[in-house]
Design a protein around this ligand. Sequence first.
Ligand code: NI
Length: 172
Amino acid sequence: MAKLKVYEYPHPILKQKAEKVEAVDGEMRKFLDDMLETMYASNGCGLAAPQVGVSKRVVVIDIAHEDEKPNPLYMVNPEIVWKSDEVQVCEEGCLSLPSLRAEVERFAAVKVRYLDYNGKECELLAEDFLAIATQHELDHLDGILYIDHVSRLKRQMLVKKLEKMRKEQGGN
Ligand code: NI
């Protein structure tokens, strides 16, 4: 396995619509392993392929707590096929927007259809925090970041904060 580079805002690949995967083959499984390793190494609970520079419809999620057994979910070509009427608001973060957090409104539950690690078609009812993680990661596949769900003013504040932190860290 190998740790991949995580692309950060405002890299243009994060704004692209990702392409459908043709087949879940050995090469794809190796990529899924690398994505999972990258996510764990970055202390994230979700990662989408565009965040590691690959514009494909692939995400990995693991919402297990640190003291729990890992419970990775691999989703290839995921699609939301049902959304609840209720919504929930929760604070989100993203490995492509390091150190930032903001409250985002999401559906309380979604049903998602995808191909798993073995290329088998699966359907999952995601609720609570798993519903949030699923919607957040699937958004990445359509070039949408969580900051696109907040007001323009709030988004500008967040981006300014990110730029300031980068400057303080001696970046550009
Ligand atoms: Ni994200």
